[in-house]
Design a protein around this ligand. Structure first.
Ligand SMILES: [Zn+2]
Length: 395
């Protein structure tokens, strides 16, 4: 059991104690039926908790709270805590018991239903959660906007992108969320997901429409720009594709490794490789990008020969030393040496190359998840746009 959870439970216990104390004061003026037993259960629960026996502590607290009709908020706090600890069944029980209580005030009932929906989501009972949340939406309750956000999460998990876009659009119709950059970014990603499905089916017109919708939510969506470039290239509109690629290079240099291969092909298709080389050279002098550096060296070797590439690398290493540049240099030098020396250099080059291949190119800025590939949605913490290149200068 983590320290934070222990503190959470303690907080619940303290708030329950405070409420019980309040009740105790009140009951002194009245009679006090059953309060002795609540106090008893409460202190037994607290004792379990202090002895680090949380399961027994939780059961005892539930028992103590069920007797009392004025502890709705404590119920909600305890239910949420149980869910976070992975005890979804118990959380559902707490929230259902609460909802079954006669005379529960409407806003408290809505809060309990939101919590119950979250229990269902955590427990993977998405259909039940969806039904409950749709009910809340139809009743136009104050919890509607919270319900809408949970519904979007469900549609995202289920990959029901059209429903996800529709719900996000509704959320963004509320002035409170309209300018929220996270929700707008999410809507743009949902449109891009739809666009990717159309691209897979070769329905380029529909894909383009979805990309336009994505730009409507986020004008500088890099993912939408990458997809648009891909479609234009596929349709043979190389000039339009190249324009998009150059825009990505300018506005989102971190994503350049994602587009380089396709970009090279698109420029080559209309004999514009020198222009590509020029832009790539600018990019490499302004950003540490091992993938782009490797491609530039390859282009220089192809157009001007290995000696020109070696000269370029020597200059590059002098101004910005890096293992990537040194590895490339070794490879080119090996090609110019006598056999024995070449074999040595080639071996060292291979060792360095293998070492570089092992590095993770991307990392989530929220949870630290490392990956060789770019994900728009972190597979670990499910945050959009949190995965970034983590190439370190010098490597
Ligand atoms: Zn993450």
């Amino acid at each position: 059991m983590g320290n934070l959870e222990i503190y959470g439970l303690l907080l619940t216990a303290i708030s329950a104690g405070w409420l019980l104390g309040k009740l105790g004061n009140r009951s002194n003026k009245q009679t006090g039926d059953g309060l002795g037993s609540i106090f008893h259960d409460y202190f037994v629960g607290l004792n379990y908790l202090l002895n680090d026996e949380p399961d027994e502590a939780i059961d005892t607290f539930i028992k103590a709270l069920e007797i009392n009709s004025e502890t709705v908020e404590t119920h909600l706090a305890l239910g949420a805590l149980l869910r976070r600890r992975g005890k979804v069944d118990k959380a559902i029980k707490v929230h259902q018991t609460l909802l079954a209580r006669p005379g529960l005030e409407a806003d408290m009932a809505d809060a309990a239903r939101i919590q119950l929906a979250q229990d269902y989501i955590t427990g993977g009972l998405l259909d039940r959660a969806e039904r409950l949340l749709k009910e809340l939406m139809q009743e136009n309750s104050v919890a509607k906007w919270e319900a809408l956000q949970l519904l979007i999460t469900i549609y995202q998990t289920e990959k029901e992108w059209e429903s996800a876009v529709a719900c996000t659009q509704e959320l963004l119709s509320n002035a409170r969320y309209k300018k929220d950059s996270d929700w707008n970014a999410r809507a743009a990603h949902y449109c891009c997901e739809i666009a990717e499905q159309f691209i897979d089916k070769e329905e380029n017109g529909k894909a383009r429409d979805s990309i336009k919708r994505a730009f409507g939510f986020r004008r500088h969506s890099v993912r939408a720009a990458v997809l648009l470039a891909r479609i234009e290239q596929r349709l043979g509109n190389f000039k339009a594709a190249n324009r998009e690629y150059l825009r990505i290079m300018q506005q989102n240099p971190a994503f350049v490794p994602q587009i380089l291969k396709a970009m090279r092909k698109s420029f080559a298709a209309i004999d514009k490789l020198p222009d590509f080389k020029h832009s790539l050279s600018d990019h490499v002098s302004n950003h540490f990008d091992p993938v782009a550096l490797n491609m530039l060296v390859q282009l220089i070797t192809e157009s001007d020969g290995s000696e020109a590439a070696i000269r370029f690398l020597r200059m590059k290493i002098a101004s910005e030393p890096s293992v990537t540049a040194a590895t490339q240099l070794l490879k080119l030098e090996a090609g110019l040496q006598e056999e024995a020396q070449a074999t040595d250099l080639e071996r060292i080059h291979q060792m360095l190359e293998n070492m570089l291949k092992k590095r993770a190119g991307y990392q989530c800025n929220q949870c630290g998840y490392e990956s060789k590939n770019l994900y728009w949605l972190c597979p670990s913490c499910h945050t959009w746009d949190s995965i970034e290149p983590n190439y370190k200068n010098g490597i």
